[in-house]
Ligand binder design. Structure first.
Ligand SMILES: [Zn+2]
Length: 95
């Protein structure tokens, strides 16, 4: 008799479970969003150079700093069309 309890591996993907390497896909970009409302495009290359391409984005959030003083910001991958063209900035990679 089949055990149905293992049949839900394809659960909906939360934003925080995306991996850094996905940001290098065509027409994708990596963005950080702070609780203060700031958003900024993040260059993933320094992290990729550290071999973090398989790192879950949520685990990198504490490596960001915002000018408001926050010591973390949530990361997400967006298509280029979703990226705001103005009013962005103020969040940077700390390490
Ligand atoms: Zn902030």
């Amino acid at each position: 008799m089949a055990d149905g309890s293992r049949s839900y591996l394809a659960r909906p993907m939360a934003v925080g479970e995306a991996r850094l390497g996905w940001a290098t896909a065509a027409r994708s970009s990596l963005w950080a969003r702070c609780g203060c409302g700031r958003e900024a495009a993040i260059d993933p290359r320094p992290w990729l150079a550290q071999g973090l391409s398989r790192q879950v984005l949520h685990d990198l959030s504490h490596r960001l700093r915002c000018v408001c003083g926050a010591r973390q910001a949530e990361l997400e991958i967006r298509g280029l069309a979703e990226a705001p063209g103005h009013g962005a900035g103020g969040i940077y990679v700390f390490r």
